[in-house]
Design a protein around this ligand. Structure first.
Ligand SMILES: Nc1ncnc2c1ncn2[C@@H]1O[C@H](COP(=O)(O)OP(=O)(O)OP(=O)(O)O)[C@@H](O)[C@H]1O
Ligand SMILES: [Mg+2]
Length: 264
């Protein structure tokens, strides 16, 4: 009864030099779910997201997006995937030389053969969806952190992707803006059936919006379950992460005190 996964990492390994970041990650994201990846800083969360849309290639293992094997797909073959799965980067990477309108119009101009009126209407809809209006002519440098994140989301939804990958969507925001982003992610899922994959350190956000949660540790998925199961979990990795005693620095090098049997 479980539908085919939308995004699927199978036994993915990735090292940068001697730094073995992913050591056999299995993650199958189901259609329409809101899935959160938790993990300490440097545990490989962003690297996981980048593999999901072919921005990084694994050393071994397989990656499927929308049922298609993209493990070694060319940039050209990935264009379709990136239209269907949009990634909202940790830094809300807006084009600083373009105003808000042009930032959101950018993917539309790249991928749609639309006239100006249609582009303009869609930009308006996207801004409305993130609760911003009247900011079209503002330059990114003049936006607050929360607004930048929301403009990043507006651009991310412009092409009506089937899946959205959010890398730390609320980091650095005040609680009100954090809540607003959380509600936005949830409402996109409910209104449009969007599949969402979120990477975050924010436990409150995670448990407020996620259907399922995974903990990435020592290069693998150490635990996975519903938000409730994870909150109630007795798995020592989950307990220690939730208690906030996770390593703040890179613990994927094998130097972590809890001991890593497969070393470096
Ligand atoms: N392009 C790259 N080249 C070399 N090393 C990289 C590259 N990208 C990531 N890494 C390394 O991989 C490890 C995991 O990085 P990643 O960005 O996925 O961490 P993260 O879990 O997203 O951390 P944070 O919560 O701080 O964003 C880090 O040690 C990082 O230095
Ligand atoms: Mg990251």
């Amino acid at each position: 009864m479980t539908a085919d996964p939308v995004l699927d990492l199978r036994d993915v390994h990735k090292a940068f030099g001697r730094n073995r970041v992913l050591r056999g990650v299995d993650l199958a994201i189901r259609p329409g779910e809101t899935f959160t990846i938790l993990g300490g800083s440097g545990s490989g969360k962003s690297v996981c997201l980048k593999h999901m849309i072919g921005l990084m290639k694994p050393d071994s293992g397989q990656i499927f997006a929308f049922g298609e094997d993209i493990t070694s797909a060319s940039e050209r073959a990935l264009v379709g995937v990136r239209k269907n799965a949009s990634m909202i980067f940790q830094s809300a990477a807006l084009f600083d030389s373009l105003n808000v309108f042009e930032n959101i119009a950018y993917p539309l101009r790249e991928h749609r053969d639309w006239d100006e009126d249609r582009v303009s209407a869609r930009v308006g809809e996207c801004l409305e969806a993130v609760g911003l209006d009247g900011v079209e002519m503002i330059m990114p440098a003049e936006l607050s952190g929360g607004m930048r994140k929301r403009v990043g989301v507006a651009r991310g939804i412009a092409l009506e992707p089937a899946a959205i990958l959010y890398d730390e969507p609320t980091t650095g925001l005040d609680p009100a803006n954090q809540r607003r982003i959380g509600e936005l992610i949830r409402s996109l899922q409910q209104r449009l059936g969007v599949t969402s994959v979120i990477v975050t350190h924010e436990l409150e956000l995670c448990f407020a919006i996620s259907d399922r949660v995974a903990l990435l540790k020592r290069g693998r998925i150490a635990a996975m379950g519903s938000a409730r199961e994870m909150q109630d979990s007795e798995n020592p990795d989950v307990v220690s992460f939730l208690a906030g005693v996770h390593q703040q620095t890179d613990d994927e090098s094998g130097a972590a005190p809890e001991g890593d049997s497969d070393g470096k």
